[in-house]
Ligand binder design. Structure first.
Ligand code: BCO
Length: 517
C-alpha cells in the first residue's frame, strides 16, 4: 500500500503544470524522487519559459517597494538573468565552490532573493540570518558552519568586522550597499553594470555603428537585458536635433562621447524637459570634470564615464551606486583585473603613473579578444608578463579609481575617435603641395584634442595663400581617408624636428602643442 500523500502547497497557480504533475506523482509515490532537481532551473526557469510564450498572468516574479517611492519589479526572466549574474559573483570574485556555505544577513531587499537563487544555481549552501543578530550570534554561526563567505548589509557590517578574526574559515566578505567598505567586496560593484539597464529601459547609444560602443550599447548589453535600443539616423550631428529627440521620445538611458556633452552644455539645457532620461553614460575619450559638473547642474543627472577598447570592451567604469570621482574613469569592472604596470610588467602602487593593463594569467578573461588576425607580432606586442597592455597611460588611486593620463604612443584621441597619425600623414603626402608632414594631437576645448598637421611645402606652393591651402589640404584628407581624421589645425613649417637617423620627432611637436617642456 502507498503511504498517505504528504502535504504540499495546494495553490496550483504557483506551479507550472509540468512541475505540478511531477510533484503530485512523486507525492503519490507513483514516481521516484528525481535524481537531480534544482528549484532555480526546474521551477523558476520553467516560469521564465512560460513568460516567453505568454502563458503567465504577466505579474512579475518579484515586486518590491520601500514606501519611499522606490520600486523593483522583476519578471521570472529578469530574476533568472540577474541571479545568474549573482551566481557569477559568488563563484568568480568570491571564489566559492559547490557545497561551500554562505551566511547571508540582509534585510528585506531584492538582493536577498538574488543571492538565494544564485546559491541554488551554484549548489552553495544558503544560510540566512536576521539583521537583528549580534556580533556574538554571528560568530557562533560562522564558526559552527565554517562558512566561507558572508553576504551582509551595512546594518551588521561593524558586528561582522568585530569577530571576523576569530573565523578562520571565512574567506570573503561581500557587502550589499551603495557605499564601499574597506576589506569587503562590493556586491553592487561586482554585480551592477555600467549601463544599468532593465527591460523597461530605452537606450539611445549615439555611437556610430563602426565602434565597439555600438556592440556594447546598441546590441549585446542592451538586448541581454531586454532593453529597447533607440536609434536616430542623424546623418549629421546637430545639438538641436539631439535635444529635441530627448524631449520627444521616452529615452531613459543615454550614451554619447564626451564631445557631445561638451557641445550640449554650451546650450541652455534648463529650457528642455527630457521625457524620461534617468541614466547618462559617456566614454571613448576623457571627460573633463567641468563638463560633468555643468551637465549635472543643468539636468540634475550624473554622467557615468566608462573606459574600454575594441579588444576588451569596457574595463573601467563609474557604476550606479558607486561614488563618482569627477575626472576619473571609475574602477575596474568584472571580469577584469585592471592594474597599472611598469615597463617590466610589475604592478605599480597607487598614485604611480604607468600603463593601464589587464591581468591575463592565470585565468584569461572570457571577454578578451583572441588575436589581431594574421598579425601575431602585433598580438605579442600587447603582452607584457602576466598582462595585456592597453597602450594608455594612467594612475590608480588608493581607492581603486583609475585616472587617464594619455596615450603611450602617437595615437590621437579626438571626439572619441582613435586616429593614427600615419593615416593622416599618408593622405597629406599624396597632395603635390606636401613634401612631408608630422601629425600630432593638439588641445581643443570641445573635442578634447584635435588632429594637427605640421606641413613642409613643396617649392611651387610656398607662396600660396595659407588659409586657402589649409582648406584644400583638409578637403583632400577628407577624400583620401575617413573624414573624421582630417587635420582641423594645419601649420606650415620650414622643417620638422628629426632624430639623427632622420625619424620625425612627433613628441617634440606634441609637447609644444600642449605647452609641455
Ligand atoms: O566638423 P566638420 O563639419 O568640419 O567635419 C566633420 C564632417 O562634416 C566631415 N564629414 C563627414 N562626412 C563627410 C565629411 N566631409 C566630407 N565628406 C564626407 N562624406 O568630417 C568631419 C567628421 O567629424 P565628426 O564625426 O567628429 O563630426 P561631428 O558632426 O562634429 O560629430 C561630433 C560627434 C561627437 C557626434 C562625433 O565626433 C562622434 O560621434 N564621436 C564619437 C565617436 C565614438 O563613438 N567613439 C567611441 C569609440 S568606442 C571606444 O572608444 C570604446 C570605449 C567605450
Amino acid at each position: 500500500a502507498k503511504p498517505p500523500g504528504r502535504h504540499f502547497h495546494r495553490d496550483r497557480q504557483l506551479w507550472t503544470p509540468l512541475t505540478l504533475a511531477d510533484f503530485e506523482a512523486i507525492n503519490r509515490y507513483d514516481r521516484p524522487l528525481p535524481k537531480n532537481f534544482n528549484f532555480a532551473g526546474d521551477v523558476l526557469d520553467e516560469w521564465s519559459q512560460k513568460e516567453k510564450t505568454g502563458e503567465t498572468s504577466g505579474n512579475p516574479a518579484l515586486w518590491w517597494v520601500n514606501g519611499k517611492g522606490d520600486e523593483v519589479k522583476w519578471s521570472f526572466r529578469e530574476l533568472g538573468s540577474l541571479s545568474r549574474k549573482a551566481a557569477n559573483v559568488l563563484t568568480k570574485p568570491c571564489g566559492l565552490e559547490r557545497g561551500d556555505r554562505v551566511a547571508v544577513i540582509l534585510p528585506r531587499i531584492p538582493e536577498w532573493w538574488l543571492v538565494n537563487v544564485a546559491c541554488m544555481r551554484t549548489g552553495l549552501v544558503f544560510m540566512p540570518g536576521t539583521i537583528q543578530l549580534t556580533a556574538k550570534d554571528i560568530l557562533y554561526r560562522l564558526r559552527a558552519s565554517k562558512a566561507k563567505c558572508i553576504v551582509a548589509s551595512e546594518e551588521v557590517a561593524v558586528a561582522v568586522e568585530s569577530i571576523v578574526s576569530e573565523c578562520p574559515h571565512l574567506k570573503t566578505k561581500l557587502l550589499v550597499s551603495p557605499c564601499g567598505r574597506n576589506g569587503w567586496l562590493s556586491f553592487q560593484e561586482l554585480f551592477q553594470y555600467w549601463l544599468d539597464l532593465k527591460s523597461s529601459d530605452i537606450i539611445w547609444n549615439m555611437s556610430d555603428t563602426g565602434w565597439i560602443k555600438a556592440a556594447i550599447g546598441s546590441t549585446f548589453s542592451s538586448w541581454l537585458r531586454g532593453a529597447c535600443v533607440f536609434v536616430h539616423r542623424m546623418a549629421q550631428f546637430d545639438t538641436d536635433t539631439f535635444l529635441d529627440t530627448l524631449t520627444t521620445y521616452p529615452i531613459t538611458t543615454l550614451c554619447s562621447a564626451p564631445t557631445v556633452y561638451r557641445m550640449l552644455v554650451q546650450k541652455d539645457l534648463k529650457r528642455y524637459k527630457f521625457k524620461k532620461l534617468r541614466h547618462c553614460l559617456t566614454g571613448g575619450e576623457p571627460l573633463n570634470p567641468e563638463v560633468l559638473e555643468q551637465w549635472k547642474a543643468q539636468t540634475g543627472l550624473e554622467l557615468y564615464e566608462g573606459y574600454g577598447q575594441t579588444e576588451v570592451g569596457i574595463i573601467c567604469a563609474n557604476q550606479k551606486g558607486q561614488e563618482i570621482k569627477p575626472g576619473s574613469m571609475g574602477k575596474g569592472v568584472v571580469p577584469y583585473d585592471v592594474q597599472i604596470i611598469d615597463e617590466n610588467g610589475n604592478i605599480l602602487p597607487p598614485g604611480k603613473e604607468g600603463e593601464i593593463a589587464l591581468r591575463l594569467k592565470s585565468t584569461r578573461p572570457f571577454s578578451f579578444f583572441s588575436e589581431y588576425v594574421d598579425n601575431p607580432e602585433k598580438t605579442a606586442a600587447t603582452l607584457r608578463g602576466d598582462f595585456y597592455v592597453t597602450g594608455d597611460r594612467g594612475v590608480m588611486d588608493s581607492d581603486g579609481y583609475f585616472w587617464f593620463v594619455g596615450r603611450a604612443d602617437d595615437v590621437i584621441i579626438s571626439s572619441g575617435y582613435r586616429i593614427g597619425p600615419f593615416d593622416v600623414e599618408s593622405a597629406l603626402i599624396e597632395h603635390p603641395a606636401v613634401v612631408e608632414s608630422a601629425v600630432v594631437s593638439s588641445p581643443d576645448p570641445i573635442r578634447g584634442e584635435v588632429v594637427k598637421a605640421f606641413v613642409v611645402l613643396s617649392a611651387p606652393f610656398k607662396s600660396s595663400n595659407p588659409e586657402k591651402l589649409t582648406v584644400e589640404l583638409q578637403d583632400h584628407v577628407k577624400k583620401s581617408t575617413a573624414p573624421y581624421k582630417y587635420p582641423r589645425k594645419v601649420e606650415f613649417v620650414q622643417e620638422l624636428p628629426k632624430t639623427t637617423t632622420g625619424k620625425i620627432k612627433r613628441n617634440v611637436l606634441r609637447d609644444q602643442e600642449w605647452g609641455r617642456t
